[in-house]
Design a protein. Structure first.
Lengths: 106, 132
C-alpha cells in the first residue's frame, strides 16, 4: 500500500463571544427556515475556508507593534473581519459576521 | 492515518455530548451497526470465512476514505465558488471601520478567555431553526 501524503496543518479558528452574541441577535428575527439553513451552510463553508486557506480574503492592515494582520473575507453571503497570526497558525474572528442581503461585489 | 480518523471521531462525539446531542449519537451508533451488518453479510455471501475480515475492512476503509475525500473536494469547490472580492471602495471603507485598539481588545479577550468554536455558532443557528 502506498503512503498517503500528509495533509497541511490547518489553522486554528476562534470566534469572539461578541461574534456569537451578534449572530444570535441577527438570527433571532429570522423566521425563514431556508435562510437559516443557508446561513448554517455558509458558516460551515466560511469556517472550513478559514481553516485551510485564510488568505482567501483581502488584507486590511498590519496591527501596530504585533505580528498580526487584519483581513476581511467574503464568502457569500457572509463578510468577516479576522486577525491572522501566521506564526501561531491561528485565525481569530473578532468582528460580527455580517450577512449580506444581496451580493454587490464580485 | 487511521488514528487521525479515530481522534476526529472521538472529538466529534465529545463535542456532540457537550451539546446534549444524545439522539444524534444514538443515530450514528445505529448507522455504524447497520454498516457492520452490511459488511458481515457481504463476507458471508463471499463464503470465505472470518479470516478475511481484516483485508475486507482495510479495503472498505480505503474506499470510504476516497469517497469522503471526493466529498471534501466538493466542499472546496463550493466554498471557492462563493468567495467574493470587495471593490477598492468597499475595502477602503472597511479599512477605517475599526481601530487597531478595537481589534486588539477583542483579540486579547479571545486569547484570555478562549473564545468560541464554530460548533457554538452552528448550534445557535440549529436552535433558532428548532424554535420556528
Amino acid at each position: 500500500m502506498t503512503d498517503v501524503p500528509s495533509s497541511p496543518v490547518p489553522y486554528r479558528v476562534h470566534y469572539s463571544q461578541r461574534v456569537l452574541d451578534d449572530l444570535n441577535l441577527q438570527i433571532a428575527s429570522t423566521k425563514d427556515r431556508i435562510k437559516l439553513t443557508e446561513l448554517e451552510l455558509a458558516v460551515g463553508l466560511l469556517d472550513y475556508r478559514l481553516r485551510i486557506y485564510p488568505q482567501f480574503g483581502q488584507p486590511l492592515r498590519d496591527l501596530n507593534e504585533t505580528p498580526l494582520q487584519v483581513w476581511i473575507g467574503c464568502i457569500r453571503p457572509l463578510v468577516v473581519h479576522y486577525i491572522l497570526d501566521e506564526e501561531r497558525k491561528s485565525v481569530t474572528v473578532v468582528r460580527r459576521i455580517q450577512v449580506l442581503q444581496e451580493t454587490k461585489a464580485r | 492515518m487511521e488514528w487521525q480518523w479515530i481522534e476526529r471521531s472521538v472529538e466529534m462525539m465529545e463535542s456532540m455530548e457537550r451539546h446534549g446531542e444524545a439522539d444524534r449519537i444514538c443515530e450514528i451508533d445505529y448507522e455504524i451497526q447497520r454498516l457492520a451488518t452490511v459488511v458481515a453479510d457481504g463476507i458471508a455471501n463471499l463464503a470465505v470465512g472470518p479470516s478475511v475480515l481484516p483485508i475486507v475492512m482495510a479495503k472498505v476503509s480505503m474506499l470510504a476514505q476516497q469517497q469522503v475525500e471526493t466529498g471534501i473536494e466538493s466542499r472546496d469547490e463550493l466554498s471557492e465558488s462563493r468567495i467574493t472580492k470587495l471593490t477598492p471602495e468597499q475595502l477602503e471603507a472597511a479599512r477605517h471601520e475599526f481601530t487597531d485598539e478595537e481589534y486588539l481588545a477583542e483579540y486579547r479577550d479571545v486569547q484570555q478567555n478562549g473564545g468560541v468554536g464554530v460548533d457554538e455558532l452552528l448550534l445557535a443557528i440549529e436552535k433558532a431553526k428548532q424554535q420556528l
